[in-house]
Design a protein around this ligand. Structure first.
Ligand code: NAD
Length: 295
């Protein structure tokens, strides 16, 4: 049965996600300060509203998809002031674990089921409704929130209590950043040793070095036709977004006393790559930097 859902943050991810909720038969109200974002969402059947209060009034569920933790805290404080008890509230932004915990706490008194449910799958997954949601929250919140997420999801993975979704996301993306640098270094070294990219791919992809960064998203042109390396390193997943996630990993490690020396090194390298003007380049383009072919 169609429900009324408030969607706050209608950017590159939010607009297509909201559109998939409309397609599933829900009445979706959308809020975004950007007129272009509101118009794009309206073209997908979302009804634009002007305030948080108007968005959440009488809504069965509220979703936020915002750039950072400070904004999520600000918007969730507004939601907490306006929302009816029992409304399901979900944040799918990628933010720091401490902001996610603070957001959950804001709605505890209202008896609202809350989830931190960041996603992987990018804008392609948002369009196709095949995102992986990493969900953190109580069992009751997971039961209440999963049907809301399903029209946008390939999978909803329960990760544990409040904050666990963001924790899983930051660990996964830190590993991805590190493994892509490892893959790029291997291909750059292989090249200097006279190895053809295809020959090295044929070995690594079937040997102990195999990983997603090689097998599915190979950073050199040729072996994996769909990888951004074959398209001038057009994202895909932009270096600036990878850097954001690596910085979240550093903040998380600092606040909990974890040692992540390779995560820190990866943040340094992507930071350098970005400062050379490659923030909009796919993160696998770090291969060009490591082989010394980029300014
Ligand atoms: P985006 O910048 O395209 O969209 C964010 C939107 O939030 C913008 O339209 C902005 O106007 C809006 N906004 C800002 N302040 C607001 C407010 N107070 N109320 C309502 N809306 C407000 O970003 P995006 O690519 O859609 O990413 C959103 C989140 O998803 C980020 O946390 C990002 O890290 C995460 N994410 C992005 C990708 C990706 O591939 N783009 C993949 C996974 C996760």
């Amino acid at each position: 049965m169609g429900r009324t859902i408030a969607f706050i943050g209608l950017g590159n991810m939010g607009a297509p996600m909201a559109g998939n909720l409309v397609r599933a038969g829900h009445a979706v109200r959308g809020l975004d300060p950007s007129a272009a974002a509101r118009d794009a969402a309206a073209a997908r059947g979302v009804t634009p509203v002007e305030t948080v209060e108007a968005a959440v009034d009488g809504a069965d569920a509220v979703l936020t998809m915002l750039p950072d933790g400070a904004l999520v805290r600000r918007v969730w404080a507004q939601i907490a002031a306006a929302v009816a008890p029992g409304t399901v509230v979900i944040d799918s932004s990628t933010i720091d674990v401490d902001s996610a915990l603070a957001a959950h706490a804001m709605l505890e008194d209202k008896g609202c089921p809350t989830l931190d449910a960041p996603v992987s799958g990018g804008t392609g997954g948002a369009e196709a409704g095949t995102l992986t949601f990493m969900a953190g929250g109580s069992d009751a919140a997971l039961a209440a929130g999963t049907p809301i997420l399903e029209p946008m999801a390939g999978r909803v993975v329960p990760c544990g209590g409040p904050g666990a979704g963001q924790a899983a996301k930051v660990c996964n993306n830190m590993l991805l950043g590190i493994s892509m640098i490892g893959a790029a270094e291997a291909f750059a070294l292989g090249e200097r040793l006279g190895l053809a990219h295809q020959a090295l791919f044929d070995v690594i992809s079937t040997s102990s070095g195999q990983c997603w960064s090689v097998n599915t998203y190979c950073p050199v042109p040729g072996p994996v036709p769909a990888s951004p390396a074959n398209d001038g390193y057009r994202p895909g997943f932009a270096t600036a977004l990878m850097l954001k996630d690596l910085r979240l990993a550093q903040a998380a490690a600092a606040s909990r006393g974890a040692q992540i020396p390779l995560g820190a090194e990866a943040a340094q390298l992507y930071g350098l790559f970005e400062s050379l003007g490659h923030g909009d380049t796919d993160f696998s383009g770090i291969f060009e930097f490591l082989r010394g072919r980029t300014g």
